[in-house]
Design a protein around this ligand. Structure first.
Ligand code: MN
Length: 257
């Protein structure tokens, strides 16, 4: 039997399960709030055009209004100044969007310190136990932050000293971007960088190094606690927006049931 037939049979037979890692998309989905003087994207909203009534008696349909970087979404290289010559979201090859998931759990560290930064050493310790980060794979940072994914205020965790959410150190971002063959980096928080990453050098190092090296980001993931450290296959499905710097995306993980 072909590999795909076997997969289809195993899906139908319950031997492969699918975990949805996507937050729902609505007007209340938590979103980034840039500080002054920067301009924010609009939040997601639905605009009713017809609802089985005069404008469309037999159907219901909406216009959608949204920023590109809203809810669970992908960052394409052109999102960042360092990747301005790179791909827009429509140009990312599907081969780069489907690949093995490497799940690194730092929930305990983040409980103690919401400003936690992932260092190269944390990844090296993970690799010593689970093997090298996989080619065309996704490093997924499990922080426990998805428990705040229906609460805008808790999700951003902001006070007068900034937004306190976990992220990645400049050294680790540079190393992942330049020394590994991953497709990208996925997080449970609102962006792939720490909340206070404007203060790092370079500012927003995950964006700077990863997007500048044809690697991608996915944010606002959920249910990473249901994934093993290795063994899940990630499927990232953004809209192919021509010229788009990102797109809300459905993200699934397939794993042996
Ligand atoms: Mn983004």
């Amino acid at each position: 039997m072909s590999t795909i037939s076997t997969l289809s049979e195993n899906l139908a037979g319950g031997k492969v399960s699918i975990i949805d890692l996507t937050n729902t998309l609505s007007a209340t989905t938590p979103t980034l709030r840039l500080p002054d003087p920067f301009t924010n994207l609009i939040d997601f909203s639905l605009e009713e055009v017809s609802a089985y009534n005069e404008p469309g008696p037999f159907w219901k349909h909406h216009n959608i209004h949204t920023g590109e970087h809203i809810g669970t979404h992908i960052d394409a290289p052109v999102h960042w100044a360092s990747g301005r010559e790179g791909k827009d979201v429509s140009q990312i090859e599907p081969e780069r969007l489907i690949g093995p998931a490497a799940v690194l759990d730092v929930t305990a560290e983040v409980e103690k310190n919401p400003d936690f930064l992932l260092e190269i050493e944390h990844v090296k310790v993970w690799e010593a136990e689970h093997g090298a980060l996989p080619k065309n794979g996704w490093l997924l940072l499990r922080t426990g932050w998805d428990k705040y994914s229906d609460d805008q205020e808790a999700f951003l965790n902001a006070d007068e000293t900034g937004s306190h959410t976990p992220g990645i150190s400049p050294e680790c971002a540079k190393w992942l971007a330049e020394e590994t063959e991953i497709s990208g980096f996925g997080v449970e928080t609102v962006g792939i960088d720490q909340g206070n990453a404007a203060q790092l050098d370079p500012p927003f190092p995950a964006h700077y190094f990863l997007l500048g090296n044809d690697k991608y980001g996915i944010t606002s993931l959920q249910n990473l606690d249901k994934l093993p450290p290795t063994g899940a296959l990630l499927v990232v499905a953004p809209l192919p927006i021509v010229g788009g710097t990102g797109s809300p995306s459905r993200v699934y993980a397939l794993l042996d049931a």
